[in-house]
Design a protein around this ligand. Structure first.
Ligand code: CO
Length: 172
């Protein structure tokens, strides 16, 4: 379907952009959220940020399974207001870097302040997978990708795959 959102790949300039705050909480924001949920589910992801679908806005979505009822949370204008000193390693991937995974070290517990689709301020705290997704997606809003967190040596090992993706991004 032509109105489905496409995922921008590594090498696309928008993935290196610092995104703008969302200031209107209208139908177009909800449509963007719903389009992102469809794109994420289609690609079997667990999180997605607006720049990955070509929109430089501070909106991310994250799969939330904390209470056993999977749903997709929209976080608008998220701010990480607490990051634990304790860090942990976890294997990460990204829909903009298909075929690449690597262990990334990040704070274990986060607290995030954000707005919902109505513009109402919300807060959540987590120390599980959701905390990880939120940090990964929040990075996207700053133009940061998970491979940026890797050591030079690890990145060098991935450089062939990264170059191939860059080539693909230029072709679409
Ligand atoms: Co990502």
């Amino acid at each position: 379907m032509s109105d489905e959102l496409e995922i921008y790949l590594y090498g696309s300039e928008i993935l290196r952009t610092r995104c703008d705050p969302v200031d209107s909480f209208d139908d177009s924001l909800r449509e963007l959220y719903e389009g992102m949920v469809r794109a994420m589910n289609r690609e079997e992801g667990i999180g997605l940020a607006a720049p990955q679908v070509g929109r430089a806005l501070r909106l991310l979505i994250a799969r939330d399974e904390r209470d056993g009822w999977p749903r997709v949370l929209p976080l608008v204008n998220p701010e990480l207001i607490f990051l634990s000193r304790e860090r942990g390693g976890l294997e990460e991937g990204c829909l903009s870097l298909p075929g690449i995974t690597a262990e990334v070290q990040r704070p274990v517990r986060v607290k995030v302040r954000y707005q919902d689709l109505e513009g109402k301020e919300q807060e959540l705290e987590d120390d599980g997978l959701l905390a990880r997704i939120i940090q990964h997606e929040h990075d996207h809003l700053e133009g940061i990708l998970f491979v940026d967190h890797l050591s030079l040596i690890k990145r060098k090992l991935l450089s062939k795959k990264l170059k191939a993706l860059q080539q693909r991004a230029r072709e679409v």
